[in-house]
Design a binder for this molecule. Structure first.
Ligand code: HEM
Length: 367
């Protein structure tokens, strides 16, 4: 620090570089303005500002990942993408943890200044909405807020920013295009989908045979077990029927295209092949981003219930009841990646890759 202080006389100075004069002077307590400064309001402001700063960093990282993925061969950047998405998830973990600090303020303390905040609300965090949009949330999937489009509650310039973020190519769309590029789906006579379907058919047939030949089972239990296998078969039938799958895609029940889904499943099943190491990490991190967003929503909702019970929110919503409806699959962007696990089959039933294919997927340092 001493060396920096010397350097600051001729170069950059710590406080001016970070613009601390502005940063540390933008905590204006509403309670002080009405002559009754509330001790806890400082924490309330600082914590919201800290969130917004981290949201800014997350947007910076997501934009850089989107930019890399917009290239003709985005896989060249996979290592950097893993690093940046990993940074996003670390920040998200901190954001979930930060709720603990806010919870050192009690509901009674909050009442000292809560009424002064009406009608402002965290609902109006533009950056939070921009993150959702850039990741690829379906706008129509948003829970109706006081029977209005969510834009209604923002200023005109914020509305424009939101509209712009909705028009951009989302991270999800880039991921779909990248997955569709997987050259190994159909490679020199090898067809992943056929080979996988063959293995699944064999497993299901074997399951039926096991029930049929098990003399320890009563007819009733056999019937129940058959039902389970048939349920499993039905779920695979939708998977193997492209037309049915596309109908689900049109209804937004799934988000990945048929080809992208096949590619993701291929990567999940053969993730130990060297060429799939980083693609698998990317898919895993995207799932984590979604999971952590969901965890934040849940923690925030629980904190709100503790803080204000079932009172209406300062933004005018039903508060806790509204927030509860935002927890769940409708806000998951990479939901298909979560659900892929339904189609995983055990390693020992996985068809071996033809030699030419696995040789192409391999790499090693040659000495
Ligand atoms: C005492 C602390 C807090 C309380 C009591 C609270 C309460 C609420 C309530 C009741 C809502 C629903 C909208 C409304 O009617 O206002 C809401 C939404 C929201 N709050 Fe908070 N909040 C708190 C802290 C925070 C913090 C620290 C953040 C961080 C940025 C935040 C971000 C949000 C966001 C993004 C929404 C919109 C959620 C959605 O619509 O999916 N809140 N909050």
């Amino acid at each position: 620090m001493e060396a920096n202080a010397v350097r600051s006389q001729v170069g950059v100075y710590y406080g001016s570089y970070l613009q601390l004069d502005s940063l540390l002077n933008c905590q204006q307590l509403e309670s002080a303005k009405v002559g009754k400064p509330a001790h806890e309001e400082m924490l309330f402001i600082v914590i919201h500002q800290a969130y917004e700063l981290w949201f800014k960093q997350i947007i910076h990282e997501i934009d850089s990942v989107r930019e890399m993925m917009s290239h003709a061969s985005p896989e060249r950047y996979n290592g950097i993408i893993v690093n940046r998405l990993g940074r996003v998830t670390q920040i998200q973990k901190l954001l979930v943890e930060q709720i603990n600090i806010l919870e050192t303020m009690t509901g009674l303390d909050f009442l000292e200044f809560r009424n002064l905040l009406v009608p402002a609300s965290g609902f109006q965090s533009v950056q939070f909405r921009v993150i959702e949009n850039k990741l690829g949330i379906i706008p129509d999937n948003r829970v109706q807020y006081q029977q209005h489009h969510y834009h209604t509650f923002f200023t005109e310039s914020d509305r424009n920013r939101l509209a712009d973020s909705e028009k951009e190519t989302s991270l999800l769309s880039y991921v779909i295009k990248w997955l569709e590029r997987n050259p190994f789906l159909n490679y020199e006579g090898y067809n992943f989908w056929e080979s996988y379907k063959h293995a699944v058919d064999k497993i299901l047939e074997r399951d039926l045979e096991r029930i049929r030949n098990n003399s320890n089972l009563t007819e009733d239990i056999k019937e129940q077990n058959y039902k389970e296998v048939h349920k499993n078969m039905d779920s695979f039938k939708t998977l193997f029927n492209e037309e049915l799958y596309n109908e689900r895609l049109e209804k937004f029940e799934v988000r990945l295209t048929y080809k992208a889904l096949q590619s993701a499943l291929f990567i999940y099943l053969y993730k130990d092949e060297p060429i799939f190491h980083t693609p698998f990490l990317i898919l895993n991190l995207l799932t984590e981003v979604d999971e952590l967003l969901g965890m934040w929503r849940y923690r925030h909702t629980m904190m709100v219930q503790r803080m204000i019970g079932v009172k209406i929110g300062t933004g005018g919503s039903s508060g806790y009841h509204y927030l509860r409806t935002t927890i769940g699959d409708r806000y998951k962007i990479f939901l298909d990646l979560f659900n892929l696990s339904s189609y995983l089959i055990p390693r020992n039933t996985l068809p071996a890759l033809p030699k030419e294919v696995s040789a192409k997927m391999d790499f090693a340092w040659t000495m």
